[in-house]
Design a protein around this ligand. Structure first.
Ligand code: TXA
Ligand code: MG
Length: 336
């Protein structure tokens, strides 16, 4: 399939493809999305095919304005408050869907995920298309979400109708996903709208178990059950002090190392990459997927444990998933 490349100047042409039932990948402030008309079941089927994604994993419906949400789902007072505070922005809210959203889009669920991206090109593309846009992250299923145009090209060229080049994404991790239930806001996926920010705004927040640990049951957020974000090499997380991590890695030669700017001893080694400063979770989020894609194939990539506060919880969540939940607890250079 021929894949056309669009820029800010040619968005109307890209929007026309979406209107006609085709697929276009586009930048957002979180990661790139692979868009199709959310009212068209066959466009959703094309998305699942292009990504190689299981069709029981529902898609997020992207709108130009939060006020349109009522047309596609049953909104409530909590949604109105969330929308006033955090939309447009990196927040997705799960709500009961209306009939006009095909069940193909929601993976058979009777709820739908709604998001209003804050990225200018995303906003203009959706507004020009004049329809809600279903869009998962624009990666091939199983690989890390694309945070720059080169990743989208690598994954989707030849598989979709169009790609919009919008440079690098700001946040680098996918949107925060929340669902209201029993008077609490359940955090199904952490992102740049942090649990702390939601609590500060007066919402009682409960972090879903699947965010923090392997969960064998049926997760609220179907995407949580898939091994995600994985680079081509296995990842293991090292949980320990600087000295314990340095001692553990001392005699390990044939490995990748994902560490912090401050780990200058490690950064001298081959295949060592920094995700950012140790205390700068925002940079770590911005760099994480990019770094995971940058490693050559290796027997193992050892990653340092990120801090879990703020957007750091999103970094932690994506990293433990990339690692298939393999965490080594280190004491004095030994595995405990
Ligand atoms: O930042 C983002 O959210 C990006 C950009 C493109 O907007 N999109 C994104 O989509 O990350 P995707 O498809 O890669 O992840 C959507 C997640 C999946 O884990 C899916 O299971 C969950 O949202 N989801 C979608 N609809 C849901 C629903 N009705 N109930 C529970 N979880 C849902
Ligand atoms: Mg995804």
């Amino acid at each position: 399939m021929e894949t056309k490349i669009f820029t800010s100047d040619t968005l109307p042409e890209a929007a026309q493809i979406l209107k006609n039932g085709g697929l276009v990948a586009f930048p957002t402030e979180t990661v790139y999305g692979l868009g199709g008309n959310a009212l068209d079941a066959s466009a959703a089927e094309k998305i699942y095919r292009a990504k190689g994604r299981p069709s029981d994993n529902p898609l997020i419906v992207h709108l130009a304005n939060a006020a349109e949400a009522e047309q596609y789902c049953h909104t409530d007072a909590v949604f109105e408050r969330l929308a006033a505070l955090f939309m447009p922005g990196p927040l997705t809210v799960i709500l009961p869907k209306r009939e006009n959203i095909p069940s193909t889009v929601t993976g058979g669920l009777d709820s739908v995920a709604i998001r209003v991206p804050g990225h200018d090109m995303a906003h203009r593309l959706i507004a020009l298309a004049g329809v809600p846009i279903a869009a998962p992250s624009a990666n091939l299923s199983g690989s890390p979400s694309p945070t720059c145009f080169a990743h989208v090209l690598a994954d989707l060229r030849g598989r979709v109708d169009g790609l919009v080049d919008g440079g690098d994404c700001d946040f680098g991790v996918e949107s925060t996903i929340v669902k209201m239930g029993d008077g609490v806001l359940r955090l199904l996926r952490p992102g740049a709208v942090t649990a702390e920010a939601l609590r500060d705004a007066g919402f009682p927040v409960e972090i879903d178990r699947a965010v923090l640990e392997r969960f064998e049951g049926r997760p609220e957020c179907p995407g949580m059950k898939y091994r995600h974000y994985a680079p081509s090499s296995p990842v293991e997380i090292l949980d320990g002090s600087d000295d314990a991590v340095y001692a553990f890695l001392e005699d390990k030669t044939d490995c990748g190392i994902l560490c912090f700017d401050e780990d200058t001893v490690l950064l001298k080694r081959p295949h060592a990459l920094s995700m950012g400063s140790k205390s700068d979770s925002l940079s770590q989020a911005h760099n994480l997927f990019n770094r995971l894609r940058a490693f050559p194939p290796l027997p193992v990539i050892y990653a340092r444990m990120p801090a879990r506060a703020g957007i750091g919880l999103a970094v932690f969540n994506r990293l433990i998933k990339a690692a298939g939940y393999r965490v080594l607890s280190l004491q004095d250079g030994k595995q405990s």
